[in-house]
Ligand binder design. Structure first.
Ligand code: TXA
Ligand code: MG
Length: 313
């Protein structure tokens, strides 16, 4: 296994591995992805195996340009508006799959839909351009645990890391993309992320229930416990209880902090790295996390923290 800095040679090497059906971990603006050729069943099977991911949890397909979508899905006017506004970027769009899409069926986990995004990271874009094919890329961690936001997290997150991990430094956003279901008459957010409900509504008009609403549709395959550290986690803590390590935010000072300034974007970028530090700190029995405001990007942060604190599967 090697962790390599991006260079034209490394990008070409990554594209070669992917075209031959192998896996490569690479940075995106959200989290590190474990990439494989979305057109090859065997590559997609390798992704599920490496992550220990349940086969009922479908994968996102990453494209190098908006034009690639026409061959994969049945985009409509809402897609055009959203892709023009937010791509490349952290918005995944679920659409009806074209019957003749050259994409492994395993990716859709038995559905007739496909989730697609165009990442906004130079390394991810260079790899897509060089591989010239859509790539499946879930977060590069064992299923159910915290997503990697640095290259070194990938090696500590997978039992069998891929032969090549490309190091693009720390991910800018730090939480996974917003997933929006466009197959519904009224689109719905299935997973909150850094593209917010207000931003989406400004582009295409009203969408269904907020992702914070318990009645809202959920992304398939997402279990209550997800993004979990090793230690148990308590939410909305203003001080550390016995044996707890406190992760602060804004006025709540902790042994670690997501953002001393109370800035949600900074907190998202730090989230998984700080939880890992707290998880690895000696002597503690559990993690306590300060309250995070539940609006805008705070919805995505609270979604991840809630799942991280849920009883383990
Ligand atoms: O930011 C991200 O999206 C990262 C980076 C690496 O790009 N990728 C990522 O991929 O989080 P993944 O495969 O772990 O996310 C899949 C999410 C899940 O919540 C899944 O249920 C949903 O997208 N999803 C995938 N295909 C779907 C489909 N056909 N219908 C509904 N939801 C789908
Ligand atoms: Mg994941």
């Amino acid at each position: 296994m090697s962790i390599a800095a991006p260079s034209p040679e490394i990008i070409a090497k990554a594209a070669g591995i992917l075209r031959e059906g192998g896996l490569v971990a690479f940075p995106t603006e959200t989290v590190y992805g474990l990439g494989g050729d979305a057109t090859q069943d065997s590559a997609v099977e390798k992704i599920y195996a490496a992550k220990g991911r349940p086969s009922f949890n479908p994968l996102i397909v990453h494209v190098g340009a908006r034009e690639w979508v026409a061959g994969l899905a049945q985009p409509d006017g809402r897609f055009d508006k959203l892709a023009r506004t937010f791509w490349p970027g952290p918005l995944t769009l679920v659409m009806h799959r074209r019957a003749d899409a050259p994409i492994s069926k395993i990716i859709s986990a038995g559905r007739d839909t496909i989730a697609i995004r165009m990442p906004d990271h130079p390394v991810a874009r260079d790899i897509l351009a060089a591989a010239k094919r859509p790539l499946a890329a879930p977060s590069a961690n064992r299923s159910g645990f915290m997503s990697p936001t640095e290259a070194a997290h990938v090696t500590s997150s997978l039992d069998a890391p891929p032969a090549l991990i490309i190091d693009g430094g720390k991910c800018r956003i730090g939480v996974e993309s917003t997933v929006l279901d466009l197959t519904l008459h009224v689109p719905a957010i299935l997973r909150p992320g850094s593209v917010t409900r207000d931003q989406i509504e400004a582009a295409i008009g009203p969408i269904a229930l907020g992702a914070d609403d318990p009645a809202a549709p959920k992304a398939p395959g997402q279990l209550a416990s997800h993004y979990a550290p090793r230690l148990p986690l308590r939410l909305n803590a203003v001080e550390a209880g016995p044996g707890e390590v406190l992760v602060g935010f804004g006025p709540v000072k902790g042994a670690f902090t997501l953002s001393a300034a109370g800035d949600l974007a900074e907190a998202a970028a730090n989230l998984f790295a700080v939880l890992r530090q707290a998880d690895n700190a000696a002597l503690y029995k559990s993690i306590a996390v300060a309250p995070i405001p539940n609006d805008g990007l705070g919805l995505a942060l609270n979604d991840r923290l809630r799942r991280a604190s849920a009883p383990r599967n």
